[in-house]
Design a protein around this ligand. Structure first.
Ligand code: HEC
Ligand code: HEC
Length: 361
């Protein structure tokens, strides 16, 4: 991989043509229906009121695929955002007093600092994922995992929402009728989360060639990260800073319980001790690190990768670096540079973007 592959700044716009086509068709349907003197369908009636939205991302991100016929709308995103910040989601349930945003905090890159068992995972660029949670035990679409969160994790009391005029009105605007179900809540939360994307850190500015965005130390750290010296890039791939796959990065040499990781999901020996590569975006804003929260700081993480990885048959082959083996033997300065590079993945416009914050009223 060379830097040259990542320069240039074409931001890809994802207007899904089908969205436009479907809106056009629905408009025709409305016209046709009224000409017939028949009641237009509820969905057709509401469609023209909705404002289509596009998801933007840089060209060094992988392609984003959306569910077929997906209609991203400002009204849907606003409803999802309201739900995300609403403690009513947990009222009377096991997580009473929590909203999603209580643990997934914007100022921490939609994760959290502090708790351990397991650490809160960040909500960022989730639209690109197909397997969720540290060990990947939830697979499917973002809509499905969100539905699982409200139904099974929060055990949301739907009656509270069905009796709330603000919500019945908002669901009616989006769906054409005011029925509120776990599925619809999941869909709206997912629509909001599809906008919770980060690609404006100093490292992004550097990749886009926008300006001299990185300090000397951060640049040296980048080269360590992206070469055989540190060999981080094969798993924490540039762009999303995750390959979205499961690896055993050598935290343990023996495995029981939760530490067996993705093996608990697949029963396949090659997944023993493997967890999904976490994105390193905004990594300095959260912690502790790893699925068991064993490292408090990025310095400790780098120390681990440098000299703390035990050999085990389950270790991912990518952890055995070309010409080097398991130990990195970085100098003190190189370790500092690598930490500084990771800190340059902090996206301040993402954590201060009011479009992602708690909505007013
Ligand atoms: C009490 C803290 C807490 C609250 C509240 C909370 N979460 Fe989480 N969330 C976590 C933790 C911890 C994890 C990692 C859990 C794991 O992997 O087993 C997580 C992981 C996730 C993931 C997986 C992310 C990934 O990258 O795979 C999703 C999706 C998610 N949460 C959605 C939600 C939604 C939606 C809400 C609100 C309905 C919510 N969470 C509320 C603590 C919380
Ligand atoms: C073989 C793939 C692989 C390689 C190579 C790799 N990582 Fe990781 N990294 C992972 C996985 C998998 C995890 C999560 C492991 C867990 O929690 O059990 C992880 C976790 C991390 C975390 C913690 C993130 C968080 O949110 O808790 C940091 C920081 C990190 N890696 C940095 C690096 C750096 C720096 C390098 C290069 C020196 C590197 N990684 C090389 C796969 C890899």
């Amino acid at each position: 991989m060379t830097e040259a592959d990542y320069t240039g700044c074409a931001i890809r716009t994802m207007v899904t043509r089908s969205v436009l086509l479907i809106s056009a068709l629905l408009t025709l349907l409305v016209i046709a229906a009224s000409a017939d003197g028949k009641e237009p369908t509820a969905a057709a009636r509401s469609e023209p009121h909705l404002t289509p939205m596009k998801i933007e991302y840089p060209r060094y991100f992988p392609n984003l695929s959306l569910p077929p016929g997906y209609k991203m709308t400002e009204e849907g995103v606003a409803l999802g955002q309201k739900l995300y910040y609403d403690k009513m989601l947990s009222q009377g349930g096991p997580l009473d007093g929590n909203a999603c945003a209580t643990c997934h905090m914007q100022e921490s890159g939609f994760a959290k600092t502090g708790p351990k068992d397991p650490p809160v995972m960040p909500h960022v660029n989730l639209g690109w994922l197909q397997a969720f949670l540290w060990d990947g035990h939830k697979e499917g679409t973002l809509e499905e995992v969100m539905e699982f969160e409200v139904k099974d994790f929060f055990k949301t009391d739907l009656a509270l929402f069905r009796n709330d005029k603000k919500y019945t009105r908002a669901f009616k605007t989006v769906y054409g009728d005011d029925s509120i179900t776990y599925q619809r809540m999941g869909e709206m939360l997912a629509m909001f989360l599809r906008t919770v994307n980060s690609f404006d850190s100093p490292v992004d500015k550097y990749l886009r060639g926008e300006e001299v965005a990185l300090s000397e130390s951060e640049l040296r750290g980048f080269h360590i990260y992206n070469s055989a010296a540190g060999y981080c890039f094969p798993c924490h791939r540039l762009g999303l800073f995750t390959d979205k796959l499961f690896h055993n990065n050598g935290l343990n040499a023996e495995f029981s319980g939760y530490d067996r990781g993705h093996y608990n999901v697949t029963g396949d020996r090659k997944d023993m001790g493997a967890f999904r590569t976490p994105t390193l975006r905004n990594v300095a804003l959260r912690g502790p690190y790893m699925h068991d929260g064993r490292f408090a700081t990025l310095e400790e993480v780098v120390e681990f990768y440098d000299s703390g990885v035990p050999h085990s048959p389950a270790l991912d082959p990518l952890m055995i670096r070309p010409r080097k083996g398991i130990q990195l033997n970085l100098t003190g300065q190189q370790k500092t540079d690598l930490v500084n590079f990771m800190k340059a993945l902090t996206d301040t416009s993402f954590i201060s973007n009011p479009k992602l914050s708690e909505p007013a009223e």
